[in-house]
Design a protein around this ligand. Structure first.
Ligand code: PMP
Length: 371
């Protein structure tokens, strides 16, 4: 990548790892694909119908930057009934990714530090780098719990924000009330922005979802419909937080993403009325099956949410083990994509039960099969 036109910031983006797995998937016949982070169920019918209806009704143009009025009002009502914060405002973003980009751009100056937890969602360190910030990594191995003392020790005068994600990608681990409350209080006391990526909030299997916004009214929440309603391609998210910050994010959206796709925004209104309990119940069963099947041969922290499991490689590095899996047609993602460690791997069980069973069979077989 030494073309003279390419900016230095491109150094922060290395998508080669995940792309390698996706390229392999495309070249293999009948791979067992447990690498993809998107739900495998159909978009609920009323949501599809609302999108089609919007298109037929000519709702295809730009919308106000902050989203169509009815959706914004419905989201604002939801947020107010949950938190009742005087100055909490919501707007519609172009996916959760869009919301994260806007939050980082609105908050981080060159040289500012942003605390991220390792393992992290693949995008976080790159986004921090994009805006000239520095990621400060707080390790959560081996149990993927947040040690508040480590977070406190990582804070410096340059710390601007903490990026938090529970249920988490890639571990599926759900932070406890104690961790969430502690992090909320610590960031409030130290006057640091807490950005909470809540894209997996629907996927909580053991306990109801809990947001740090409950304990810290200044929390900036980034959420979206991609995972909750299986519409990853629609690019539909929303963000809420203190009005002053949200206003800045809306201003940036005007000059970048412009608005979220209009038909998808009308469909989101229908999505808000859908009960996704049956889908979540099905995913809980998948989670239980994966945990039960891998328990014997793998060190695995039971995931409480999302649709990922993050076992430790039983031999070799995470990368070596994933190569072996791929030789057996099983596509999974090596942990170093999400981490400074190369010891684990990520399974996505957002797949049919049949695919999951085939994948588990391979994992059982290769657990003791180094060569
Ligand atoms: N945050 C996390 C933790 C994710 O896993 C993902 C998607 N893989 C996103 C954000 C981005 O989601 P969206 O499709 O809404 O941009």
């Amino acid at each position: 990548m030494n073309h003279p036109w390419i900016s230095k910031r491109m150094e922060y983006f290395d998508s080669s790892g995940i792309r390698k797995v996706f390229d392999l998937a495309a070249s293999m016949t009948d791979p067992i694909n447990l690498s993809i982070g998107q739900p495998d169920f159909a978009v609920p019918e009323p949501v599809q119908e609302a999108a089609v209806r919007a298109m037929h009704d000519g709702k295809n143009g730009y919308t106000p930057t902050q989203g169509i009025g009815p959706l914004r009002e419905a989201l604002q009502d939801c947020v107010e009934s949950q938190y009742n914060h005087a100055r909490r405002q919501v707007f519609v973003t172009s996916g959760t990714s869009g919301g994260l980009v806007l939050a980082m751009m609105a908050l981080v100056d060159p040289g500012d530090e942003v605390i991220v937890f390792d393992p992290y969602f693949v995008m976080y360190p790159s986004l921090v780098g994009l805006v000239g910030g520095k990621s400060v990594v707080v390790d959560t191995y081996p149990d993927f719990r947040i040690d508040l003392e480590k977070v406190a020790a990582a804070i410096t005068p340059r710390t601007k924000a903490v990026l938090f994600n529970s249920p988490g990608n890639p571990t599926g681990v759900t932070a406890s009330e104690e961790e969430i409350r502690g992090l909320a209080q610590l960031t409030a006391e130290r006057n640091i922005a807490l950005v909470s990526d809540e894209i997996y909030s629907h996927y909580c299997y053991d306990e109801p979802f809990l947001s740090p916004a409950k304990f810290n009214p200044q929390t900036i929440v980034i959420d979206g419909f991609s995972k909750s309603h299986a519409v990853t391609g629609w690019r539909l998210g929303y963000a809420h937080g203190p009005a002053e910050i949200i206003q800045q994010m809306i201003k940036l959206q005007q000059y970048t993403f412009v608005c979220a796709p209009q038909p998808a925004q009308w469909a989101a209104l229908a999505a808000l009325k859908i009960d996704t309990t049956p889908q979540i119940d099905a995913y809980r069963k998948k989670r239980d099956r994966v945990v039960a099947a891998l328990g014997e041969d793998y060190e695995l922290v039971t995931p409480g949410g999302a649709f990922y499991a993050y076992p430790k490689a039983p031999w070799g590095s995470g990368d070596q083990f994933v190569l072996k899996a791929i030789e057996n047609k099983l596509l999974i993602i090596p942990g170093h994509i999400f981490s400074d460690h190369d010891t684990h791997f990520r399974i996505s069980y957002a797949a049919s039960d049949e695919t999951i069973e085939r994948g588990l069979e391979v994992l059982k077989r290769i657990a003791h099969e180094r060569d």
